[in-house]
Design a binder for this molecule. Structure first.
Ligand code: F6R
Length: 626
């Protein structure tokens, strides 16, 4: 989704802004812009539609813009089409003035998020003599800041505070005032923003990779806070305009984690990082004791007493994180005998919630910033229900607001399509389910030890799967012109199907659907025709025969069948035209292995169709609007 970068210091700002924006390209965007100030001279604004490259070319890689302070933005359109006019930065004046090289901008700013009451505010501003050149909510926000700034003759922090009280919605705002050259002002609510400092320089960014080459010392600005950013120093303020103290945090992951490291795409690199992501997540809570290994959730903040008290689980998430929840539902119910409901965050947040007071709401999120998941978390907290976040991004909103946090240790995920974060989330769920089962005495000490031993084998099994990619590459090339694919499976295999289907459609743009295998004949089977690709997921031996029967029904209608199953189930070849085998593991943990060939299939289809694997159209890495 949109990206923000800012710089103030002794160096030329524009090349640094472009460098930072390039690191945020993975988030998805459709236009970009820069605003740079050179002392008292009028602010220089350059925007372009499409890729960042166009902006870099327009500005001679930033060299054409003089000035040591500036802000940059990549926009993912919400209000108004992708165009130069709607691209950020936005100004408080009229762009016509700008064209005449007068300075239109007492205030100039960029914004991530959505101002929900922008139409009403626009009307108010119109009545006060403002006119608008774009369709964006951001232009309204910038003009509102200027309105308060001038009407009350107050400073930037007070003007921002008044704006924050007046707007509804989510925002990370970075604003420059003509009267305060050298400074950038920042305000935040529900949309991420960090501020990095080094000797004599300061950086702002909506996401860590943007500034990791420059500094590892960052401040996380909290909700409803503001900051005044000067070269090498930052002052933070609350909504009352009082200064607040903040701790500097050191980013520990290295900048290389955000580079491709020899792979053609981030997605392929991240697929290969799965053994490590899964192993690191496992070892973050696994302890060696005198009596053997055990899971220690003290870093998560979940005590045995709390685990015993939980009456039901509500797993709430979006997209692939929700698919993790679907798999986890079967595992928790089977191992720990706890009723589980899995919900899409966008649905959960708007229904009447009849949650038991001892329920546990588990929010799963890689970014920790997904707007719907964050809203669901807040709704559960408002009702006094205990919340647990399974989050990959340290310091993110969900991580900070949840009562307990289980951090997945996948490292930064750059490709828009999730792979290693999904796998790390699955591992976190297994660990929780096994621990719940043991603490609630649903499994004995031997079964507990066996499950832990089995979990430790999973990273190597994933690594083995990655050695055998060529067949999938061949298969993807063969099906690169297909129009439809159906993934079918039952139980955990249905959860795997959901993820396999999403991986396929989101990056290869090939229409695919996931169906609970038994549901197909209740309507959808009418879509099966000669050559339709049907992928049967068959990792659960108890359900194997049933799903094979459903595959055969599709074959009878002309489908081309791919089977995905564990080594040893060779009878699948009686029905399937092409079969992929994965190593055996406990059936509860099969999703971790079976998903890998499906990730590779989506990847190779995208490559063979000549598409942008890491930045699929219309998608954003972190969905910070609802
Ligand atoms: C799909 C994908 C998305 C995310 C979803 C939730 O490959 O990445 O479906 O899983 O947008 O994002 P997080 O986990 O950041 O809350």
């Amino acid at each position: 989704m949109c990206g923000i970068v800012g710089y103030t210091g002794p160096a030329k700002a524009a090349p640094i802004l472009l460098e930072g924006l390039a690191k945020l390209e993975y988030r998805g965007y459709d236009s970009a812009g820069l605003a740079v100030r050179d002392g008292d001279a009028p602010v220089q604004i350059v925007k372009s539609k499409g890729r960042l490259r166009a902006l870099a070319e327009k500005t001679d890689e930033g060299r054409a813009l003089a000035g040591n302070v500036g802000i940059g933005h990549t926009r993912w359109a919400t209000h108004g089409e992708p165009s130069e006019r709607n691209a950020h930065p936005h100004v408080s004046g009229a762009p016509e003035d700008h064209d005449r090289s007068a300075d239109p901008s007492d205030v100039v700013g960029v914004h991530n998020g959505i101002i929900e009451n922008y139409a009403e505010l626009k009307e108010k501003l119109r009545k006060n003599g403002y006119s608008f050149y774009s369709e964006t909510d951001t232009e309204v926000a910038i003009k509102l800041v200027e309105y308060y700034y001038k009407k009350y003759g107050i400073g930037p922090i007070d003007a921002l505070a008044k704006t924050m009280v007046r707007v509804r919605g989510s925002y990370a705002l970075a604003v420059m005032f003509r009267d305060y050259p050298g400074e950038i002002y920042v305000a935040r609510k529900d949309s991420p923003m960090i501020i990095g400092v080094t000797e004599g320089e300061s950086f702002i960014a909506s996401d860590v990779p943007a500034i990791l080459n420059r500094t590892r010392s960052v401040y996380y600005i909290d909700n409803l806070e503001m900051a005044c950013v000067r070269p090498g120093s930052v002052a933070f303020y609350n909504l009352d305009g009082e200064q607040v103290e903040k701790q500097l945090t050191t980013i520990t992951w290295d900048a290389e984690a955000a580079e491709k490291g020899g792979f053609e795409h981030f997605m392929m690199k991240e697929i290969h990082e799965q053994p490590k992501a899964v192993r690191d997540t496992l070892h973050s809570v696994l302890r060696e004791t005198e009596t053997g290994k055990e899971i220690d959730l003290s870093s998560v903040g979940l005590s045995e007493e709390e685990i015993r008290r939980v009456s039901q689980l509500h797993i709430v998430a979006c997209g692939s994180a929700w698919h993790v929840g679907v798999a986890a539902q079967y595992i928790f119910e089977d191992l720990a005998a706890i009723p589980v409901r899995v919900e899409l965050a966008s649905e959960f947040r708007y229904r009447r919630l009849l949650l038991d007071k001892d329920a546990l709401v588990v929010i799963v999120s890689q970014s920790g910033e997904t707007a719907d998941s964050l809203a669901a978390l807040r709704e559960a907290k408002r009702l006094g229900i205990k919340t647990l976040g399974i989050v990959n991004t340290v310091g993110s909103s969900i991580a900070r607001e949840a009562d307990s946090v289980f951090y997945t240790v996948a490292g930064p995920e750059i490709a828009v399509a999730t792979t290693k974060a999904y796998s790390a989330q699955l591992m976190a769920m297994y660990l929780l389910a096994v621990q719940f089962a043991r603490v609630r005495e649903e499994i004995d000490a031997q079964a507990y030890a066996d499950y832990l031993t089995e979990l430790e084998t999973i990273p190597d099994k994933i690594a083995r799967l990655l050695e055998d990619k060529d067949r999938l590459q061949w298969f993807a090339a063969k099906f690169s012109n297909a129009h439809d694919a159906f993934f079918i499976g039952r139980g955990i295999d249905y959860a795997i199907s959901l993820e396999g289907s999403l991986k396929m459609k989101e990056i290869s743009y090939l229409h695919s659907e996931a169906y609970a295998a038994g549901e197909l004949k209740h309507g959808t089977i009418s879509l099966i025709e000669e050559g339709t690709l049907v992928i049967g997921v068959l990792t659960q031996s108890a359900l194997y025969e049933k799903t094979v029967s459903n595959m055969v029904e599709c074959k009878a209608r002309g489908a081309y069948l791919m089977g995905l199953t564990g080594y040893g189930n060779y009878s699948v070849e009686d029905a399937a035209d092409f079969t992929v085998y994965v190593p055996k593991t406990d059936p509860h943990f099969m999703a971790s292995l079976a998903v890998v060939p499906l990730q590779l299939l989506g990847y190779y289809l995208s490559v063979s169709r000549g598409l942008d694997v890491d930045k699929p159209r219309n998608l954003a890495k972190s969905v910070t609007v609802e």
